[in-house]
Design a protein around this ligand. Structure first.
Ligand code: 3H9
Length: 700
């Protein structure tokens, strides 16, 4: 069946697009639109409506086509053909008109949208910029500042906001095609002019050079290290000063640069990885799903409260269980405080907050959890305590309830065996702050049923999380790998570096904060306490933890005590270097007979990131992670790994696995096999000249 059809109703020509699932602007669609426009120029129609079947208006260019040679007609040609049509063209928008899709709409002479629709130019999230006139037409309609906001954030806006900004002409309810056809008829009857957005000029006085300079500085901070946001500003500036054709040429030049960049390749990889990670490889297609209408959370601490908020935010009632009325009240107060912060930032209305809070209740009795569909345990990380909790849940919960644990590293199989229904037990590992971080690590136990896995993976989407499936091991995917990053940080520190060097290298590499500043922020005592219950093997060699242990024993827990690796001003929290730390590092190096030497910036970033990659490769061979791209999802959405690097496994592919492997062999020769043992899969792929991506595709 053709993806584009054309028919005339009365005197309105309807160009109907049907390219499921999201009407992406593929080659076939572009060709179909051009053909329909051609036909329409010489038939009896007097106006044209572009209408999409299915759940949405065109959601953008077909992202799978990027990286391949462009095939004509290009999106830019489609857009130009629409704008130059001799008959008025009206875009009928529902769902999400995004990227190239919204650019098609902007080239139309009139735009009408369903009140539920959203429009936007999200290309920046793919390391791109709108490449079919978006940077030229949006500022002509909405003004420079509004266009900059729309294009540099990439966030979609509602139809009513778009109406306010002049980006759509009419908002309608009910049947969209009827409303758009009626609108077209009105335009025909009133002999309305062809409103070509490209003909609008922008008053240069409304957008002086200083305005763009201000935006460049702000955006450089907000999108540190990324190329496309700066190019977007230059394109919008061009819209002010250049005629459309020249502005479009500039936009094309920058678009081409972006689409060929490693950054955009990485961000497009993340787009598809994020969607793939929700798919479970060995799950039968007909696996059923349980209805989750009510949820319980055990533990009202920071984590438990954050978890509860996720459900309340999407309208699912949730009950928090605590051991005493006081602890419960503290937990509920914390949740209220978190919502109030969101309200104060203007991200939630007061009514919205009250609505969410009305869905969160508390209890101190396990019996009150009896009828709930899902219970998530979020108590202190003690295996004995968790076993106790699950034994109680087994007693009270109704048959069919899913029993989940939020443990970060405990053995979920052992927890499951504390019940008589291990098939209903699963790990749901949220990342702190649980109401903010997008990742949900779903941990399947040996006996977890397909139905429970399927339900949990689907539920992640309901609560706006991105799931990644793991099997049981110490730390699962994220924490098991992250441990290596942290241990390597410590080895660099004791081996010759300083906290300032390590943090500034990793910050410049793209991390939001350097690892030691993060440790100061979260509290050095957390891992110190965890180590108390670990075996010597779990702890690893002393060089990887002796510095934080000593800091904690000196009362330096990080920001909360005014000192950790750095010293902090109590009032302003301003950070300064502290010679005490360096003295401690030097003393401990001597104690452990480590000769300190200068370590280059390159070596620091290589060692920290390759430590992640090597362990990632082990997780893949062991079957703990389903695919390399799932690991990338874990790091991008659970550990704020910079998306423009594409996650550790994608990054390793861009460096070249041979080079990564050879570096790891060099570290092994220098530091010993106990610390750096090249992963067999990495060695194999390096030898075969393959990438993780190719290996992952072979395994699908
Ligand atoms: C652009 O337009 C550049 C132009 O300026 C310049 C041109 C010269 N292409 O997300 P979902 C697939 S850049 C190809 O689960 P939802 C997706 O992979 C583009 N495939 O659904 C998935 O496949 P699968 C600017 C696409 O309802 C399936 O569709 N546009 C595309 O949760 C369902 O997707 C964007 O960045 C695409 N453009 O959300 C918008 N979009 O089933 C990107 C989706 O095999 N898209 N797929 O896993 C979205 O944001 C969301 O998909 C959307 C629907 C909100 C539309």
């Amino acid at each position: 069946m053709s993806v584009v059809s054309y028919e005339i109703k009365n005197t309105v020509g309807i160009i109907r697009l049907n390219n499921p699932p999201v009407n992406a602007l593929s080659y076939a669609l572009r060709e179909g639109i051009i053909d329909a426009l051609d036909t329409a120029q010489s038939d009896e129609s007097k106006a044209l409506v572009i209408y999409c079947e299915g759940r949405t208006f065109i959601a953008g260019a077909d992202i799978t086509e990027f990286g391949q040679p462009p095939k004509e007609p290009t999106t830019a040609m489609v857009v130009s053909a629409i704008e130059n049509s001799s008959k008025p063209v009206i875009a009928a928008i529902h769902g999400t008109a995004l990227g190239g899709g919204f650019e098609v709409a902007l080239a139309c002479h009139y735009r009408c949208a369903l009140s539920t629709a959203k429009v936007g130019l999200p290309e920046v999230k793919l390391g791109l910029l709108p490449g079919a006139g978006g940077t030229q037409r949006a500022p002509r309609l909405a003004g420079v500042e509004a266009a900059l906001e729309l294009i540099t954030t990439g966030n979609p806006i509602t139809a009513s906001k778009a109406l306010d900004l002049n980006l759509v002409d009419r908002v309608v309810d009910g049947d969209l095609l009827s409303a758009a056809t009626a609108y077209a008829q009105e335009l025909i009857d009133s002999n309305a002019e062809l409103k070509r957005v490209g003909d609008i000029t922008i008053d240069p006085a409304s957008a002086p050079a200083e305005l763009f300079e201000k935006w460049r500085k702000t955006i450089a901070k907000r999108t540190r290290g990324q190329i496309s946001p700066q190019h977007i500003i230059s394109c919008v500036e061009a819209a002010v000063h250049l005629p459309l054709v020249e502005g479009l040429a500039k936009e094309r030049k920058y678009f081409t640069e972006c689409v060929q960049s490693e950054q955009s390749t990485a961000m497009r990889h993340m787009f598809f990885s994020e969607r793939l990670s929700a798919k479970v490889k060995d799950l039968p297609k007909d696996s059923s799903v349980r209805d989750i209408k009510t949820v319980g959370v055990i533990g009202g601490g920071t984590m438990g409260g954050g978890i509860a908020m996720n459900f309340a935010n999407v309208g699912i009632p949730v009950k928090i269980l605590e051991i005493s009325d006081e602890a419960l009240q503290r937990g509920l107060d914390l949740v209220r405080k978190n919502y109030q912060i969101t309200v104060s930032k203007g991200k939630l209305s007061q009514e919205g907050m009250e609505q969410c809070l009305s869905l969160i209740s508390g209890t101190t009795s396990y019996n009150d959890l009896a009828g709930l569909d899902l219970i998530i345990e979020a108590v202190f990380e003690s295996i004995d305590l968790k076993k106790e909790v699950f034994a109680k849940l087994d007693e009270v919960c109704k048959p069919g309830a899913i029993l989940a644990t939020n443990t970060s590293y405990q053995d979920v199989n052992i927890i499951a065996e504390a019940t008589k229904r291990p098939e209903d037990v699963i790990g749901m590992h949220f990342f702190s702050p649980a109401n903010v971080m997008k990742l949900l690590e779903v941990v399947r136990c040996e006996k977890t049923s397909d139905e429970v896995i399927n339900t949990t993976m689907k539920l992640a989407k309901t609560i706006n999380k991105i799931p990644a499936l793991a099997r049981v091991c110490y730390g699962f995917i994220g924490n098991r790998m992250f441990r290596n990053y942290i241990s390597e940080t410590q080895r660099c520190l004791i081996g010759g570096s300083s906290p300032e060097q390590i943090d500034s290298v990793m910050h410049a590499w793209g991390m939001a904060m350097g690892p030691l500043s993060v440790n100061d922020l979260s509290g050095i005592d957390i891992s110190y306490t965890a180590r108390k219950t670990q075996t010597a093997e779990q702890k690893g060699e002393p060089a990887s933890y002796c510095i934080p242990d000593a800091l904690v024993e000196m009362g330096r827990m990080g920001q909360k005590t005014g000192a950790g690796y750095y010293r902090y001003d109590r009032e302003t929290r301003a950070k300064t270097s502290d010679p005490v730390t360096m003295q401690l590092v030097e003393d401990l190096a001597e104690k452990h007979q480590i000769t300190r030497r200068p370590i280059s910036d390159q070596e620091i970033s290589d060692r920290l990131i390759f430590a992640l990659v090597n362990e990632g490769a082990n997780l893949l061979s062991e079957g703990i992670a389903q695919r390399p791209s799932d690991i990338d999802v874990v790091f991008a959405y659970g550990y704020a790994f910079p998306v423009f690097r594409g996650g550790p496994m994608h990054y390793a592919d861009t460096v070249g696995l041979k080079k990564v492997y050879e570096s790891i062999c060099e570290y092994r020769d220098r530091y010993g096999e106990d610390i750096w043992k090249p992963a067999p899969l990495l060695e194999q792929l390096a030898r075969e000249g393959k990438t993780f991506k190719e290996w992952g595709e072979e395994q699908e």
